[in-house]
Design a protein around this ligand. Structure first.
Ligand code: ATP
Ligand code: MG
Length: 192
């Protein structure tokens, strides 16, 4: 059985906080593969995405480049939102019955798990592994399979959007290919 980690998010835009967490997960859990899963519409952020789903996915692809073992999972892009993890897991199991899936969640996202659609079914279809995120309290949930450490980076996509909108540099906050894309497509200029 291959062990596949899923890091979902709105990735509006993807940044080094996501990438360092993904790398730490792959190492700590011994993942065979790590998939980044951009949501068409994150249910708890309905109507509040700044870049389009296609642009957010483009930036994920640019950020991971050709890195071995990291892939862009496009399945949520192929159906209309809101993007529920339970639907994604059903589809991934159907597509890949030989895989064992681990949903990777920062502590802020893990705290929201009870508010997801069919949380019990999510826990039946996948393991859940949680990592710390600066500013978010530790999650104390017995449903969590594993916890692992991630170097603390106080970076958020919200802060990046604010920096762009106020004319500040985002160099080193995101991979260069992502900041080039943001500039080329005039993203986040008015979104605070
Ligand atoms: P926004 O500010 O728009 O909410 P974000 O930076 O929080 O964006 P998301 O797409 O909401 O990014 O997060 C997706 C996943 O990545 C979540 O599990 C979240 O906990 C995790 N994550 C995001 N930023 C970091 C970070 N700096 N360190 C560790 N985990 C992170
Ligand atoms: Mg967030």
């Amino acid at each position: 059985m291959s062990l596949v980690g899923l890091l979902g998010g709105s990735f509006d835009p993807i940044h080094h906080g996501h990438l360092i967490a993904a790398t730490a997960a792959a190492e700590a859990l011994g993942l065979d593969e790590l998939r980044l899963v951009p949501a068409v519409e994150q249910p708890l952020k309905a109507g509040r995405h700044a870049a389009s789903a296609g642009q957010r996915a483009d930036m994920v692809a640019l950020a991971i480049g050709g890195r071995d073992g990291f892939t862009l999972e496009r399945c949520e892009l192929d159906r209309p939102g809101p993007s529920y993890t339970v639907d994604t897991l059903r589809l991934l199991h159907e597509r890949d019955p030989g895989a064992d899936f681990v949903v990777l969640l920062g502590a802020d996202a893990a705290a929201e798990l009870p508010h997801w659609r069919e949380p019990d079914e999510v826990l039946r279809l996948a393991r859940v592994a949680v990592f710390g995120r600066p500013g978010a309290p530790q999650v104390d949930d017995p449903a969590v399979w594993r916890r692992f450490a991630v170097p603390a980076l106080e970076i958020s996509a919200t802060a990046i959007r604010e920096r762009v909108a106020t004319g500040r540099s985002i160099r080193y906050w995101v991979p260069d290919a992502v900041s080039d894309y943001i500039a080329r497509h005039s993203l986040y200029l008015s979104h605070v």
